[in-house]
Write a protein that binds this ligand. Structure first.
Ligand SMILES: [Zn+2]
Length: 223
C-alpha cells in the first residue's frame, strides 16, 4: 500500500474508533443511573476499544507531527500517542524482511554503578526456532569476582541454532557446540592451530578460508 493511502486508511479507522470510544464513554460510562452490572459490560467494551487503539497506533508513523496536550505532553495528531511513551507491542509486517529496532552501540564513556543503569538493550527473539539475543551496554562496575571490576562497554550478539551457539562481540567470534550425545572430556582447552600437534589437529573438522596472501577470510566447521 502506498504511504498516502495507508495514512488515509489509518486515519479513517482511528476516527471511527475514537467515535465509538466517545459513544461508550458519553452514553454509558458517564451515566450515573446505570446499574453496576451494565456498567461493567460497557467498561470492558471500552477497555477492548482501548486495546484496538493501541494496535492501530502501531501502524502510525506520526506523519502529521504532535500537538500539545492539556498536561503539557505531546500527542500525535493522528493516533493520539504520547511522544516518547513506550509501546507495549511490536508490529512486524507479514511480508518482506522484518525489522525490529535500530543498531545500537555503547553510547557513553561513563562507568555506571550498576549493570541495569549501563544497559542500552538486552533483548531476545525466537525466530522460527533460531534464538538471537542482542546485549548492548555501557561500562559498569561488577561484583562478579567479589572485588569490583569494571566491565567494558560492549555490543554482544548471540545466536543459538540447535546445538550451535555463536557469540559475536567487538573483539571476537566464538562458536560453541553443545552436543549432549558427544562424550566430552571434562576439560576444555584452547590453542592456535600452530600450537597443536598435527595428529591432534586432524580431529578438528575445520577448514580455513584464505586468499593468495594467506589473509584469513573465514572458516567452515563440518557438522
Ligand atoms: Zn501517531
Amino acid at each position: 500500500m502506498h504511504k498516502a493511502q495507508a495514512k488515509k486508511e489509518l486515519k479513517k479507522q482511528l476516527n471511527a474508533l475514537f467515535k465509538s470510544m466517545d459513544f461508550v464513554s458519553n452514553n454509558f460510562l458517564d451515566d450515573e443511573k446505570i446499574d453496576k452490572k451494565e456498567f461493567e459490560v460497557f467498561f470492558n467494551i471500552y477497555q477492548q476499544l482501548g486495546l484496538a487503539w493501541e494496535f492501530l497506533g502501531l501502524q502510525c508513523k506520526h506523519w502529521d507531527g504532535y500537538k500539545k496536550t492539556r498536561d503539557k505532553k505531546e500527542a500525535c495528531r493522528i493516533c493520539g500517542k504520547i511522544k516518547g511513551a513506550d509501546d507495549f507491542y511490536i508490529l512486524l509486517s507479514q511480508k518482506g524482511p522484518k525489522k525490529l529496532g535500530v543498531k545500537l552501540k555503547p553510547n557513553s564513556k561513563k562507568t555506571f554503578e550498576t549493570k541495569k543503569d549501563a544497559e542500552i538493550v538486552n533483548d531476545t527473539i525466537d525466530f522460527y526456532g533460531a534464538v538471537v539475543n542482542v546485549d548492548v551496554h555501557n561500562s559498569y562496575k561488577s561484583n562478579l569476582f567479589d572485588k569490583g571490576i569494571n566491565m567494558a562497554a560492549e555490543r554482544i550478539v548471540n545466536l543459538k541454532e540447535d546445538n550451535v551457539e555463536c557469540h559475536i562481540d567487538q573483539h571476537l567470534i566464538h562458536i560453541r557446540l553443545r552436543n549432549k550425545d558427544r562424550k566430552h572430556g571434562r576439560k576444555r582447552y584452547g590453542g592456535f592451530p600452530w600450537e597443536i600437534k598435527r595428529k591432534n589437529l586432524k580431529h578438528f573438522p575445520v577448514i580455513f578460508d584464505f586468499d593468495e596472501k594467506y589473509r584469513f577470510l573465514g572458516l567452515t566447521i563440518l557438522k
